[in-house]
Design a binder for this molecule. Structure first.
Ligand SMILES: C[S@@+](CC[C@H](N)C(=O)[O-])C[C@H]1O[C@@H](n2cnc3c(N)ncnc32)[C@H](O)[C@@H]1O
Length: 399
């Protein structure tokens, strides 16, 4: 339903102020020609010793900032300050409804409200352990060897569990933004959301995506994992059968694997070198709505930098091996982001896991909006022209 901005925001504000019913809310994106103070904010109520508080987690380009505001005038003021920010979308989950508000290019509010088939519980616990997106007791963790029979994560597998949680946080944010912006349909039991994980390995993240989207967010979902290794398919299919999960595994290469239906969400996590480019090219070919790719090693552009003459005055950036490698990483992912933007994706390059766990810690998250920013092609041509580069993704996408 379309409404003027104040009327549209009334529904959302009322739902946000209802501390008994709010499950969580997310605001993000930006309205045309504006720049909100935060890239994204998440809101929920938490019960602290000092009483119930509105917890606001605000994300800038690199990190999250959390603040708690007492329910009452403080909370309402904090909320109104956020509602005044020019975010493009608000997604508000309450125990019984989901409200989605999108501000159109004409400055109107499009509000869409759906009722849940069954009310969901509101978690207001402040304990971080209990705020896990997928709790350690979820059956996939024991089946995948991350948790013991007591439902606790094994100390030796804690880093992998944290990686799963970070991945789910980014997946959740991206899917929520895509849905709130009208870029991803609402799946149904008959026509579930189609997710593919390219280079799925032991499928930790594949299963986590399935359980989280399906069980925690209540979105019907069908996942497919692709890997070249036959052993991967056998192991992962046995886990899926054992747990009764709707997950299919196929043996094949990222470039050529044949899927029954084109996926809407494409995941590619730690696929080596140009396998990430192959995954991105498949996602573009499928016109996937959402793409999450965490690149692994970057050899292709590094090799091109070693062969090419460095343009002036950037010689110092390639003289030292370690700096040249880092520059190659940056150029690779910057050019990938640019190519996706030229294909109509809104792209963020963000930190995936904390850098002390792995240096391979960036994630490209992309939502297909169909809009191509002015000048992105010229900027790209200038960059590859100056450095004499030919990114693998550009070759795969063709002219
Ligand atoms: C480092 S593992 C990552 C596994 C998983 N995505 C994760 O992040 O936990 C990379 C996986 O990708 C698979 N792989 C690499 N290149 C591939 C390709 N071209 N096609 C299909 N699978 C590939 C490997 O067999 C391996 O299982």
């Amino acid at each position: 339903m379309s409404a003027d901005l104040p009327a549209g925001f009334e529904t959302v504000r009322a739902a946000l102020l209802d501390d008994a019913a709010l499950v969580r809310a997310v605001a993000g994106g930006r309205r045309r020609g504006t720049q909100p103070r935060w890239r994204r904010v998440e809101l929920r109520y938490v019960d602290l010793k000092a009483g119930r508080h509105l917890q606001v987690t605000s994300y800038d380009a690199t990190q999250a900032h959390t603040a708690n505001h007492a329910v009452g005038p403080d909370g309402a003021a904090a909320l109104d300050a956020l509602l005044a920010e020019p975010f493009a979308t608000w997604h508000v989950d309450t125990a019984e409804h989901t409200h989605q508000l999108r501000v159109t290019k004409r400055g109107e509010a499009l509000v869409h409200t759906t009722s849940r088939t069954a009310p969901v519980a509101v978690a207001r616990d402040h304990d971080r352990e209990k705020q896990r997106l997928l709790p350690p007791g979820d059956p996939i963790f024991a089946a995948l060897g991350l948790a013991g029979g007591d439902g606790r994560i094994k100390p030796s597998r804690m880093a992998k569990y944290r990686q799963v949680e970070e991945f789910l946080r980014l997946l959740d944010a991206t899917v929520t933004e895509a849905r709130a912006g009208g870029h991803l349909r609402r799946p149904t039991a008959e026509d579930p959301l189609r997710v593919v994980d390219l280079g799925c390995g032991n499928a930790y993240l594949t299963f986590a995506a399935q359980r989280f989207l399906g069980e925690v967010r209540g979105l019907p979902v069908a996942v497919t994992g692709v890997d070249v290794k036959q052993q991967s398919r056998e192991h992962n299919s046995a886990v899926a059968t054992g747990l009764g999960l709707d997950a299919t595994f196929v043996v094949g290469t990222i470039a050529d694997a044949v899927l029954e239906q084109e996926p809407e969400v494409v995941l590619a996590l730690h696929a080596c070198d140009t396998a990430t480019d192959e995954a991105l090219a498949r996602a573009v070919g499928w016109r996937a709505s959402v793409v999450l790719a965490a690149p692994c090693c970057h050899h292709d552009i590094a090799a091109q930098l070693r062969r090419a003459d460095t343009p002036a005055p950037y010689g110092e950036l390639t003289r030292h091996g370690i700096l040249r490698e880092r520059l190659a990483d940056t150029l690779t992912d910057g050019l990938r982001a640019s190519l996706l933007r030229q294909e109509g994706y809104r792209v963020d390059v963000v930190q995936f896991v904390e850098s002390q766990h792995t240096p391979r810690n960036t994630m490209l998250r992309a939502v297909r909006t169909g809009a191509v920013p002015d000048g992105v092609r010229d900027e790209y041509d200038g960059l590859v022209g100056a450095w004499g580069l030919e990114p693998r993704l550009a070759t795969l996408l063709g002219p």
